[in-house]
Design a protein. Structure first.
Length: 264
């Protein structure tokens, strides 16, 4: 079955899913896919993605990004999966999460970030797409439960490869609903603060990306297509930070960040 025809498939339970507003604090939401099924789907997607994208062959860089990810997980509301963090060679500025708790950081993001806190801001956002299981929820809304379940069961490996390329590959990127993007921002701010990162880093990096997008849109096209940046969104993130309980954040030693960045 061609990908174009998939878009015409009747969607199961879309009326229910589309009619439910996403509460910023509700990380479970309505999901027809079980945790075990999502883990299985994530494993299958990861195998396809890593055929299509080159995982960076640098253990030091991989360990560093994994360490930042593990620190952020200490601030997440829940950790429903065994998270895996990997760096892929791609000079566009982005990171992405796939179902089942796998987060990929592109080398372009490491190069564009000024410090570890800015890197952590984007990773916190992606971690919370996975924590709130936005991937399987979005896919079920778009393609229907039956099709997503067929991917879990391995009934259509050619379609799995096609969707991996379409949703997560170099040719495209999964676009979440505005509600899911807002929730990932909200939870990302919270996660950063709980993990000891100053969430103001999310605002500074978003503003930097906005400026970069005007001067050099080519490197940011995929980020903007999958994570649209608007002044309203940046203002909302700033308001969420302001609403947090007052606290001081420990200084971040960026020496390792600079050393890792120099390896790229």
């Amino acid at each position: 079955m061609g990908f174009a025809k998939l878009l015409l498939l009747p969607l199961i339970a879309v009326g229910i899913l589309a009619g439910c507003a996403t509460s910023m604090t509700d990380i479970r939401g309505f999901n027809l896919i079980s945790l075990d099924q999502e883990r299985e789907l994530g494993t299958k997607f990861a195998a396809e993605i890593e055929k299509q994208q080159q995982v960076l062959n640098d253990p030091e860089v991989q360990r560093y990004v994994d360490r930042v990810g593990r620190r952020l997980l200490t601030g997440a509301r829940e950790v429903p999966f065994d998270f895996v963090f990997k760096v892929v060679k791609d000079d566009s500025v982005n990171a992405f999460a796939i179902p089942g708790g796998r987060v990929y950081v592109q080398t372009g993001l490491l190069k564009a970030a000024e410090n570890e806190t800015e890197l952590a801001a984007v990773m916190a956002h992606e971690i919370n797409h996975a924590v709130a299981r936005h991937g399987t929820r979005q896919m079920t809304q778009q393609y229907g439960y039956s099709l997503v379940l067929s991917l879990v069961l391995g009934d259509n490996p050619n379609l799995l490869a096609q969707l991996a390329a379409q949703l997560f590959g170099k040719a495209g990127m999964m676009s979440y609903s505005r509600e899911f993007e807002n929730q990932a921002d909200f939870l990302g701010v919270e996660t950063m603060a709980r993990a000891g990162y100053n969430p103001q880093g999310m605002v500074t990096f978003f503003r930097k990306l906005d400026s970069m997008g005007q001067s050099n849109p080519g490197t940011l096209a995929r980020f903007f297509s999958s994570h649209p940046l608007t002044s309203e969104r940046i203002q909302r993130v700033q308001a969420e930070i302001t609403a947090l309980p007052q606290q001081s954040y420990p200084p971040v030693d960026n020496a390792e960040f600079r050393r890792i960045k120099g390896r790229l």
